[in-house]
Design a protein around this ligand. Structure first.
Ligand SMILES: Cc1ncc(COP(=O)(O)O)c(C=O)c1O
Length: 368
């Protein structure tokens, strides 16, 4: 048994090494090169959209999507209260205001009924987040968006390959956004992607990503753009990972299956949800502790750490962060946030390790 079992780790094979080596040797080390175009083309095909655009990370992809949709000061954008901070921060970068709403108890994603109540005259967009690999209820979200004339930006940073009613997330709103950080389903080290079926939107995002340079007149910049590009080296890694994505998702689902096998019968513990219309890619294995267990989430995490088992707490509510603090308590988000933790979820885990982690949890719970 390993002395330390990390929460996540990438799977790097000879394919990744070959592609990255080839990219380095080619001399195309910055943001031009065939790995970029190939990664974008194959990612668009995989998600089932017409266009995909690489970015430097998932946060810049979110920001770029928002500025492409002309979100600006005075606007409001609805986001789930339970998410990684980048979702809300990207809205703040545009000087628009992120409006946090509660999540559903059975998907942990944004609650469409709460979205309706949060809409004002200033609302311009909704950002559903496919949290921990589970898709948000996109039909209901799109219905509300259509009724009020709002854009939908899917934050699919944690959910590459997850499906909503047999369609991949990232293809269901106006724009999809992905992250390829080292702990994600597939990685480029740091990196991101925008997906869309809208050619104008794609062209505008590409233009803004490359310092808003006029494609017909080099070094002429009619407005302020950004350098949010990915490198060819990162795309080489990404392409190799994308070619293995089915295998990686299968492994994620197998790992969750092992946790279910060894923890499923334990009273007072809830594992990741999976609605009947969803394919969850189980980016992170999650457990939520019920009150009756008599041990807090943080105590359990501390005891697991002593045994060399890495964990992380669920995200804190965005509405609790000092810069977004609204003073309101949102019950589902707050309850999950206090009681949820992520267990080791890396694709290099084996069944014995998962069994050992689960037995360690059971022993800790027995002695409390
Ligand atoms: C829900 C969510 N949105 C956005 C991001 C931002 O992605 P990145 O870390 O690549 O900037 C993350 C990444 O961790 C995320 O989990």
């Amino acid at each position: 048994m390993r002395k330390f079992i990390p929460i996540a780790e990438p799977s790097i094979t000879q394919r990744e090494i070959n592609y990255v080596t080839d990219a380095v040797k080619s001399g195309w080390v910055s943001s031009l090169g065939h790995y970029i175009t190939e990664f974008e083309k194959k990612f668009a095909e995989y998600i089932g959209v017409k266009y995909a655009l690489t970015t430097s990370n998932g946060t810049t992809a979110l920001h770029l999507a928002l500025v492409t949709l002309k979100i600006k000061e005075g606007d409001e954008v609805i986001v789930p209260d339970l998410t990684f901070v980048a979702t809300a921060n990207a809205v703040a970068y545009t000087r628009a205001k992120p409006i946090m709403v509660d999540v559903e108890p059975d998907t942990w994603c944004i609650n469409p009924n709460c979205i309706k109540k949060a809409i004002s005259k200033k609302t311009k967009a909704i950002i559903p987040v496919h949290l921990y690999g589970h898709p948000a209820d996109m039909d209901e979200i799109n219905k509300v968006a259509k009724e009020y004339g709002l854009y939908v930006i899917e934050d699919a940073a944690e959910a590459h390959g997850a499906e909503y009613k047999d369609k991949k997330v990232g293809s269901l709103g106006d724009v999809g956004v992905f992250s390829f950080y080292g702990n994600k389903i597939i990685t480029t080290g740091e990196g991101g992607m925008i997906t869309t079926n809208d050619e104008k939107l794609y062209q505008r995002a590409k233009f803004l990503r490359d310092h808003a340079m006029n494609p017909e007149k080099r070094y002429w910049h009619p407005e302020i753009g950004y350098n949010y590009r990915m490198t060819n080296l990162q795309a080489a890694l990404g392409l190799a990972q994308l070619e293995r994505i089915d295998e990686l998702i299968e492994k994620k689902r197998q790992i969750l299956g092992w946790y279910k096998e060894f923890l499923g019968d334990l009273e007072g513990i809830r594992l990741n949800p999976e609605k009947e219309w969803a394919k969850n890619v189980f980016w992170m294995v999650c457990i939520v502790l019920e009150k009756e267990l008599g041990i807090s989430r943080d105590e359990l995490m501390a005891k697991l750490k002593e045994k060399g088992i890495d964990t992380r707490p669920f995200f804190y509510p965005m509405s609790q962060m000092p810069m977004y603090n609204s003073g309101e308590v949102r019950s589902v988000t707050y309850n999950l946030s206090e009681r949820g933790l992520n267990l080791p979820s890396g694709v290099n885990l084996n069944k014995d390790e998962v069994q050992w982690i689960c037995e360690t949890i059971k022993t800790i719970l027995k002695h409390t």
